[in-house]
Design a binder for this molecule. Structure first.
Ligand code: ASP
Length: 439
């Protein structure tokens, strides 16, 4: 049976803002944004990414189509990409300067999943960093989110998270599982070190290489001038320069993310990454930082109540001005009717810029307080990143099924599937989303 011809299940449920049915399910994904080049990549390379994206969309769609939770659909899509070495997450995670993989992941929901009614609304999400043994960080983030009685925190790192995950049935692997030759070469090249011999990850060579990388003094200016660099820029951090002509994925970004809208109108954002190539050990990026690289939220839009609320004077003046301009100061008639809005966001690119600009939550605030559409708000935050020299993109989805995928660099692996079940994917900035022939 053709994937898109699966029997349609009609699951109409009543939620706060009306009836949702399976006609409104949407899944949008990304597999990283960066400096990929159409000219120097081969059709086979491009196809490999498109097939991988399409497979991730199918995995998530299957969950949504069966009436499953947005979070479960997003985790299903992300974990397919985590298992694929093409992407910088899970199996394909990049190395830090010490030749080690430190993985990060997050989940966030616009409202609690109906499958777990005991999860308090205030829980919102869970974020993990500095993981070294978790095969699928997105699955661990989901598990930890669902167990507030064990981890009553929004953000947790390393072995504590992994030990709890193991107790709850998450798969841990030996760190050598994350070794891939391509990422190793990128790591060595980035540090100006010989790429060969390629160490065997399961024996002493690899430990030796990691130890010698630990000894590199990155503060030593002589070492720097010999070509050693710290984090390889995921994109060109120069607002005035053109883009370098690099083969597909040669300076990997490849963080993966998914945002899903389910039949109940819940939106979930799930993101997973190995971080940036040759990041310093212990560096934490935007992927596990709530409000920076990910966000999901639902709010009441109740006309002018915000102006009268205690929060009004806490808002920055530019936001108050925008609110007034959009809503009018006194005319209740011009204000939107009461109802619920929701959005989910997952970002990819120069995470340090996302952190400094709180990109993901700012996007939601622009929608909530300035009345911008998801397209307008997404475009603006991605432009704001670029103004500071940060390159990347976001995927965002609202509870009406509107999708935005703006980017400010040559490409972002991305895709969407809607209720018709037809996965559509794109890579370069000027690509139109297309269905691929999967034979
Ligand atoms: N945002 C990620 C980071 O800075 C990298 C990426 O998106 O590829 O860790």
């Amino acid at each position: 049976m053709n994937f898109s011809e699966k029997k349609s299940v009609t699951l109409a449920t009543r939620s706060g803002d009306g009836v949702h049915d399976d006609n409104n399910i949407v899944l949008v994904i990304h597999g990283g944004a960066g400096t990929m080049s159409k000219e120097t990549s081969t059709p086979a390379q491009r196809r490999a990414y498109k097939v991988a994206l399409s497979n991730a969309l199918k995995a998530g769609y299957a969950v949504l189509h069966d009436g499953g939770e947005a979070m479960d659909a997003a985790v299903a899509a992300v974990s397919v990409m985590e298992d694929n070495p093409l992407f910088n997450a899970g199996k394909g995670a990049v190395f830090n300067t010490a030749g080690k993989n430190e993985l990060e992941a997050s989940v966030m929901l616009s409202k609690s999943p109906s499958s777990h009614p005991a999860i308090p609304e205030s829980r919102r999400g869970a974020a993990l960093t500095l993981l070294t043994r978790t095969r699928n960080p997105s699955k661990l983030a989901r598990t930890i989110y669902l167990h507030p009685e064990l981890v009553d925190h929004a953000f947790i790192s390393g072995s504590t998270a992994e030990k709890i995950g193991e107790r709850l049935g998450e798969e841990l692997v030996d760190p050598s599982y994350f070794f891939t030759e391509q990422r190793w070469r990128e790591h060595r090249r980035g540090l100006g070190l010989p790429e060969e011999p390629i160490p065997n990850p399961t024996n002493g060579d690899y430990s030796e290489s990691r130890r010698s990388a630990d000894l590199i003094d990155l503060r030593d200016p002589e070492h720097q001038s010999n070509g050693v660099r710290t984090a390889v820029p995921s994109c060109v951090s120069n607002k005035n320069s053109g883009y370098p002509d690099l083969p597909l994925d040669s300076f990997p970004t490849g963080t993966v993310g998914a945002v899903a809208l389910d039949v109940r109108g819940c939106i979930a954002a799930v993101t997973s990454t190995g971080g940036r190539t040759n990041k310093l050990p212990g560096r934490i990026g935007d992927t596990p930082l709530m409000g920076a690289g990910f966000w999901a939220e639902e709010w009441e839009h109740n006309g002018g109540d915000l102006r009268r609320s205690g929060q009004w004077m806490l808002l920055p003046s530019w936001l108050r001005e925008m609110w007034d301009r959009f809503h009018g100061q006194s005319s209740d008639a011009t204000r939107e009717k009461t109802g619920k809005s929701a959005v989910g966001v997952s970002g990819t690119g120069d995470g340090d810029y996302f952190i400094r600009q709180s990109t993901a939550s700012t996007l939601a605030r622009r929608m909530q307080l300035a009345g911008e559409s998801v397209e307008e708000a997404s475009k603006q935050v991605v432009q704001d990143l670029f103004s500071d020299g940060g390159i990347g993109g976001v995927i965002a989805l609202d509870n009406r099924g509107n999708v935005a995928m703006p980017l400010n660099c040559p490409g972002m692996y991305r895709g969407v599937v809607r209720a018709d079940g037809i996965p559509k994917v794109a890579i370069f900035d000027d690509d139109v989303l297309e269905e691929i022939d999967n034979d």
